[in-house]
Design a binder for this molecule. Structure first.
Ligand code: ZN
Length: 472
């Protein structure tokens, strides 16, 4: 203990976050000194007393950018676009790249049955719940190279930053690369974190889930080297409390930080998403022969429901309520044929769960009423997911704010309207998110971009936040 403690005292990073008079704890000395050390970890917020040490939090931006560029070459579409689909050959190569980098950072690497990857730096009190950070590296077709990636490569670099500064964590620090945040292949978003957080419904559903080519989830996982000899994926579940904190670094995917010239967004809440699938069925018929009074047009029922979604969302009178009909398909899809079937997929979100649920109820009532009025059958109204919102934990918000202040970085509190693995990590751990600006708020397209400086700022705030939470 004495050795560990003096290492801590020598740590330049701690000099950065501490206030007056650190006393070395020698054998026989009052062990409550350790509490004082914990107080130095940023609670309450202290001004840095050793401003020269700020330069010690040095991010290797050159290497980090090289890694981001190299990772983007593991893609099924040509640069500058990135396409990296779960368990594809390119995804498997990208996973090896991440594991190697974790290894170079001295982390001990493990993977679970669905390929969530964990890299751990043991703290000097390894029996305490660890502090974790991470994001995803899968990329939807023709997207960019920063979404998720900044939160994985940036997390590994944050560990490197802390190691270079001489810092020794008390709680272990763990970097997580989550499997399949994007729903591209199996239609399930945040698959890895959702399962990690203990979703039994998902664990069951995955046994029967297939992709568009009818390849089962388990076969796909096995082809990538996971779920070997396992039908039961409940081994992926993590116990609540396994982490004392989880922090995700991510590009904003919106324009606010760039427009306002602010370096760091501190996320206070993640909006609650829900998605609904709706099918209407009518009689169809010839577009010339069936006269208007005799029609029951499934396409018009869908169109009317799409407008009803907009109305119910606007009726909430909150700017935080949003609704989108992103998919609207008509069958048979011929110009001279009255649609006999229609299919809609509706996404609605809010930071207020009750308000969002009211919108869902109203959409359901409208679907029933429209079906009756137009004499079509509402053959399906399925709520695919109806997740609660997640609030960031106060202690993590404070640590992120203190870190931004100590690094002299302008920051603002904000809501994440997109959802992330953090939404599900919040079910098993106190959670927080750090946003950095991205060019025009672009995401999910090749123009997605964050500058070296913005990424470095995010990594520094993440590193300092992890340091503080590790000592807390
Ligand atoms: Zn993302």
């Amino acid at each position: 203990m004495a050795l560990r403690f003096s290492l801590l005292v020598l740590s330049p990073l701690l000099l950065l976050c501490c206030c007056h008079g650190i006393k070395a704890h020698k054998d026989g000395e009052d062990p409550t000194t350790i509490k004082t050390m914990q107080d130095f970890s940023g609670y309450p917020i202290q001004e840095p007393h050793f401003p020269n040490s700020l330069s010690l939090l040095s991010v290797d931006t050159l290497s980090l950018q090289k890694q981001i560029d190299e990772l983007s070459t593991f893609s099924d579409t040509p640069a500058p676009s990135v396409t990296r689909i779960l368990y594809s050959e390119k995804d498997v190569l990208a996973r090896s790249f991440i594991k190697n980098l974790m290894g170079f950072a001295g982390l001990s690497v493990r993977e679970d049955a669905v390929g969530n990857i964990f890299g751990r730096w043991d703290g000097y009190e390894p029996e305490l719940a660890a502090v974790s950070t991470g994001s995803h590296i899968d990329a939807i077709p023709y997207s960019g190279k920063y979404d998720g990636v900044v939160g994985v490569l940036g997390a590994i670099e944050a560990i490197n930053v802390l190691q270079r500064s001489g810092f020794k964590p008390k709680r272990s620090l763990e970097v997580i690369m989550f499997t399949s945040e994007e729903p591209t292949r199996f239609g399930i978003s945040c698959l890895g974190s959702r399962l990690m957080a203990g979703s039994e419904a998902l664990e069951k559903a995955l046994k029967k889930t297939v992709d568009s080519k009818n390849i089962s989830f388990l076969d796909a996982a096995r082809s990538a080297g996971y779920a070997k000899g396992e039908e039961d994926l409940s081994s992926v579940f993590l116990k609540k409390g396994i982490y004392s904190a989880f922090v995700e670094l991510h590009i904003e995917q919106g324009p606010i930080l760039e427009e306002e010239g602010i370096s760091i967004g501190i996320v206070t809440a993640i909006a609650a998403p829900a998605s609904i699938k709706v099918d209407f069925e009518g009689n169809g018929g010839h577009a010339g022969a069936v006269l208007m009074p005799n029609r029951n047009d499934a396409g018009l029922a869908a169109a009317e429901l799409a407008l009803a979604v907009e109305k119910h969302v606007l009726d909430s009178e909150s700017i935080d309520t949003v609704g989108t009909v992103g998919i609207l398909e008509l069958h048979p899809g011929a110009i001279n044929s009255i649609p006999s079937k229609s299919h809609l997929e509706i996404d609605t979100r809010d930071i207020d769960e009750d308000r969002r649920n009211t919108v869902i109820e109203k959409i359901h009532h409208s679907a029933l009423a429209i079906a009756q009025k137009r004499d079509v059958k509402l053959s399906e109204f399925k709520i695919v997911n109806q997740d609660p919102p997640a609030l960031s934990h106060d202690s993590i918000i404070k640590a992120m704010e203190a870190s931004s202040q100590e690094l002299n970085l302008a920051h603002k509190l904000m809501i994440s309207r997109a959802y992330h693995d953090s939404l599900f990590m919040a079910r098993i751990s106190p959670m927080g998110m750090i946003f950095i600006p991205c060019y025009k708020g672009y995401s999910h397209k090749p123009e997605e971009f964050s500058s070296n400086e913005d990424i470095a700022n995010g990594v520094k705030v993440l590193a300092l936040t992890l340091a503080k939470l590790s000592l807390y």
